[in-house]
Unconditional design. Structure first.
Ligand code: ZN
Length: 299
């Protein structure tokens, strides 16, 4: 069975790094991912540079990456200005985040949930006119760092509302890594039933070591697109104690062993994870770089 892994290290992975990574290294990271077989890359965020300085060179990154048939670049977009920038920079996809709780929404996006839905609505219409692929992400879908539990009914009501604007993809994000597989299974299945025309995508952080179990629960419930970051780097600048995304190499190991087809070469991602550790001057959280694949490669 085919699974699409969206590489998010250049965006979610790097945006929480305190040291600014050079534009050249960001481009190298993307080039290495493409060479490994990745075809969808969340490359940048069109956020105001004052809020996330690491993303200030979004235009320069997108000007420097290779343009190839079948390779799709996504950018996070928060407002009209961000969409202007995304269109000018030549992204193929936009990802618009709607946060599930007002407190986190105000901190992360500077607007309420209701206003977030209106923003998505306007951005989706313009992006559709421009021929861009549209993903809408529901953040804090499994719990909020400020308000605590988020009811399943709250998330599903949001799914119902954002689905009206025709996204190709609805992503459920466990922004702070609190979800468990039972909850993932239920939300993914219900999202698929509410929005049968959209693909269900999932975004997991491994903050409490539930990320990989959640990823496989999502696949079993019908999700076909998973976000992961090489090395397992990442976090959210506006969510206290949020840690890295699930690691691309650790996810690929189990996908490969279980017979899921991704088109991505595990060995190459392991090498990129090690390289990323050198760039960031700290070992990455991913385990495959230490343990190696199994069976061991014979070359
Ligand atoms: Zn994230």
């Amino acid at each position: 069975m085919d699974v699409t892994v969206v590489e998010v290290a250049p965006r979610d992975g790097l945006q929480n790094e305190p040291e600014i990574v050079s534009t050249a290294d960001k481009i190298r990271l993307i080039e290495r991912s493409i060479a490994a077989g990745v075809r969808r890359i969340e490359a940048v965020s069109f956020v105001h540079p004052r809020r996330v300085p690491q993303m200030a060179d979004a235009e320069a990154v997108l000007a420097g990456v290779p343009r190839m048939d079948g390779v799709s670049y996504a950018g996070l977009v928060f407002n009209e200005r961000g969409l202007d920038r995304a269109l000018a920079a030549g992204v193929h996809e936009i990802n618009v985040v709607v946060v599930a709780t007002d407190t986190f929404s105000l901190r992360n996006q500077g607007c309420t949930v209701a206003d977030g839905i209106e923003r998505w609505r306007a951005l989706a219409a313009r992006a559709a006119d421009s021929g861009l692929v549209r993903t809408v992400t529901i953040a804090a879908a499994f719990g909020c760092p400020f308000e605590g539990e988020v009811a399943e009914s709250t998330v599903l009501e949001l799914v119902r509302r954002v689905a009206q604007d025709g996204p190709q993809e609805i992503a459920l994000a466990d922004t702070i890594g609190v979800g468990t597989p039972d909850r993932v299974r239920a939300l993914v299945a219900a999202t698929g039933a509410i929005a049968p025309d959209a693909d269900v995508r999932c975004h997991f952080h491994n903050t409490r070591n539930t990320g990989y179990a959640n990823a496989f629960a999502a696949l079993e419930a019908g999700a076909r697109v998973l976000d992961a970051s090489t090395g397992g780097i990442g976090g959210c600048p506006f969510a206290p104690a949020a840690t890295g995304n699930i690691a691309t190499e650790d996810l690929l190991y189990t996908l490969d062993r279980m017979g899921y087809v991704t088109g991505i070469d595990l060995g190459r991602v392991i090498e990129t994870g090690r390289w990323l550790g050198e760039v960031l001057a700290a070992p990455v959280p991913a385990l495959l770089g230490r343990a190696g694949p199994f069976p061991p490669e014979t070359k």
